[in-house]
Design a binder for this molecule. Sequence first.
Ligand code: G3I
Length: 375
Amino acid sequence: MSPLAPTRRQLLATAPAVLAPTLLAGACTELQRSDRSALLGATLRLRAEARGLFFGAAANRTSLADRAFAATYTAEVGVLVPETEMKWRALRPTEGAFTFGSADALMDFAAGANLRARGHTLVWHEAWPEWLDAALSAGRAAAVLEQHIERVVSRYRGRMHSWDVVNEAIRLQDSPGHLRQTPWLEALGPRYLDIAFRTARAADPQALLVYNDFGLDDASPADSAKRAAVLDLLSDLKARGVPVDALGTQAHLRAGQVIDQGALAQFARSVAQLGLKLIVTELDVRDHGISGTLEERDRAIADHARRFLDPILAEPATIGVVTWGLSDRYSWLNGPRAERRSDGQPQRGLPLAPDLARKPLWGAIARALDDAPRR
Ligand code: G3I
């Protein structure tokens, strides 16, 4: 049993207590719509599963070592996503070494808490180990890429719901095809995507293989153009028989931006018409441009998330929603590299407050799940 995983007794001892006050706290208005008997079972996990969807959240060794957080996490979440522990920098200290300790600990935690898992991420231009540039320059790019994916994916074969195989390969400023100018593209050309997906499929035929990207959310010209570019990429991959199964739309939303629900519905439909599933993979909501009280900020964040989720969840091809963390206590939005609000206040972009109380965003996600057509 992973040192991270609280025992079942601890879970049962703390989870209802952790949940009960939150049930009676801010989210109560949201939960009055469901009868009292369902109240204690009204976690996001159960609400999603009641509609044939899943609800997940990113976590890491630090957050899951916090017992109060872990108890709430295992109650609210059905799918665990390692925030950093399965990235190249965490797994590959040198070209010859694979360090799976942290990734294994999170997978053991998931197994101990009866959670499924999503793998994140096999190919990305960030979280880059220092030695990798030299390996690519030495003409070993394909071998290194294939070895990494084969070794990592086969380690969790049969235990992974899905993998983010390639992350963030589109950048509108780049050409041809808006393919981001990454070291992988430079070394292998566009076929690096083919190699990645085909190698992952061979290593675990059961896992759903996902192309994951951000900036597909609002009515801005940039997001509209990126949705079109991502559709072109997916269409091209499918036409070449590349085994991609789903699009992951990260959904790092920004409250105050305009959401065009019709355009989102059409985008989701276009993804489905390619024969792909759709997953919201990293939902959180920044609100740099929103001033006002915490209550006003939380309301604006919740309303914005709801406007995004409704058209996405109305699409039958959508299979799940994952938030990028569960509580503001542990959010990259308040990390060392994150953009700060002008008033210096921390971001409140996740469903639970730092004290683990459910916020209006929790209620907005709960309502969007409740109102989603049953799969
Ligand atoms: O673990 C080291 C620690 O030993 C060291 O002291 C510290 C200071 O350098 O760094 C720690 O590693 C940090 C790691 O998070 C774990 O906390 C890295 O510097 C930091 O860059 C890393 O940031 C993560 C980032 O991806 C890059 O991997 C964020 O937590 C994570 O939320 C973010 O997630 C990404 C998704 O993977 C892709 N989509 C965008 C999303 C947000 O950027």
